[in-house]
Design a binder for this molecule. Structure first.
Ligand SMILES: Cc1ncc(COP(=O)(O)O)c(C=O)c1O
Length: 383
């Protein structure tokens, strides 16, 4: 079945956070990780069926059929055999990052992560009375890599957790089996609990299989909280259904109770949409990946040909481009590009040095991306 990713859907007056930010201004929003595509048709069909029931009382908190769909999906997509009781439902993964940061260790403990990274990795530990400690990723031969020497250097006796983003937002790296083995070894040697945020794992553009960190061995599984959600891949983040997968019963018991009554339940429509895509979303996802690959290549060509001073290492996964603009000598690059009609995320929020990086979301119809490229070029010409 062919799906339509080319039609530009008007989201300006549709309560979209992404588009509302620039309401009334001619600025293309290419910041937050939300795509401008309609969700797979299976979502609307399942929601219509549920809405037609007409009764919207409290939902169950442990939906057996959605859990079954998660278990089957993990087996099918990552050859990872999980148990339904390992699943802890969450209304969002930022919530999961915060819950994990507060559930383990003690006040004042350190949560280690590699920067740049999705901003809530930096904020969640602080929200939960911990300290965030970052080790920089290294760029080796144009590829972003984990700098294990920097991680070793950053370890102190107060480090009790490591938070890991895999595939990595914002660089789009998919970590290899040897890299994951090294992460597991690092966390085991330093006795760290790991939160592995794998929300982008179904958005791998290159022919690389996703390997959940916790699937490497029972030893690493016993100290890992894996965060997953169908929300990025199937473009349903507004429906709020995510999950932590926690094989170890003791960790699960630490993760759950303190938050009872604070973290809201997943809403009934979120479960319906998640189950629909986990069961029936694959044909749509395959076409999405082909379309995003086209967008990635179109953007990479344009940057190389038309944007002198901007570099973009190869993107293996996600629909996010981490553009190195440091050679342009701009103090606030996101503000500069915004003034020229393109709304990007500023790298400093991800822990990058001032003036060095912007992130561009290319999860949009090709026509929107082409217009954004033209604006980037005009912006540089106007400097
Ligand atoms: C790595 C990562 N984790 C979590 C989220 C957000 O998750 P949620 O919307 O479920 O809070 C994002 C969104 O961009 C992300 O990139």
């Amino acid at each position: 079945m062919p799906f339509d990713f080319d039609t530009v859907i008007n989201r300006r007056d549709s309560d979209s956070r992404k588009w509302h930010k620039y309401s009334g201004r001619d600025i293309l929003p290419m910041w937050v990780a939300d795509m401008d595509f309609a969700a797979p048709p299976a979502v609307a069909a399942a929601l219509h069926r549920r809405v037609d029931h007409g009764v919207f009382g409290y939902g169950v908190t442990e939906p057996a059929s959605t859990a079954e769909a998660v278990v089957a999906y993990c087996a099918r997509h990552y050859q990872w055999k999980i148990q339904p009781e390992w699943i802890v439902w969450l209304p969002g993964l930022v919530c999961g990052l915060n819950v994990a940061a507060g559930a383990f260790g003690a006040d004042g403990d350190e949560v280690l992560t590699c920067a740049p990274v999705y901003p809530p990795f930096l904020g969640a530990p602080v929200n939960q009375r911990r300290r965030t400690v970052t080790a920089p990723l290294a760029r080796i031969n144009g590829r972003w890599e984990i700098d294990f020497a920097a991680l070793e250097h950053a370890i102190t006796p107060r480090a009790s957790q490591f938070s890991f983003c895999h595939p990595h937002n914002p660089t789009g790296r998919v970590f290899t089996h040897p890299e994951l083995e090294a992460v597991a070894d690092f966390c085991e040697r330093h006795n760290l609990i790991v939160t592995s945020d794998e929300i982008h794992c179904d958005l791998i553009l290159d022919p690389i299989a996703h390997i959940p960190l916790a699937s490497l061995s029972p030893t690493i599984a016993a100290r890992t909280i894996t965060l997953m959600a169908p929300s990025k891949t199937y473009n349903i983040p507004g429906l709020g259904c995510s999950y932590a997968i926690i094989p170890d019963a003791t960790l699960r018991a630490r993760f759950e109770p303190p938050y009872g009554g604070i973290v809201p339940d997943v809403n009934i429509l979120g479960f319906v949409a998640a189950e629909a895509v986990l069961r029936d979303g694959e044909p749509w996802r395959q076409e999405l990946l082909a379309y995003l690959r086209g967008n990635r290549d179109c953007l990479a060509d344009f940057v190389a040909r038309e944007l002198p001073g901007v570099t973009l290492p190869h993107i293996e996964a996600t629909y996010l481009a981490w553009l190195d603009v440091s050679a342009l000598g701009l103090d606030q690059p996101a503000a500069f590009f915004e003034a020229h009609g393109i709304g990007l995320s500023d790298g400093t929020a991800f822990g990058a040095p001032r003036g060095a990086f912007v992130r561009l979301n290319f999860g949009c119809p090709r026509a929107t991306l082409v217009e954004a490229c033209a604006r980037l070029k005009r912006a540089l010409a106007a400097r």
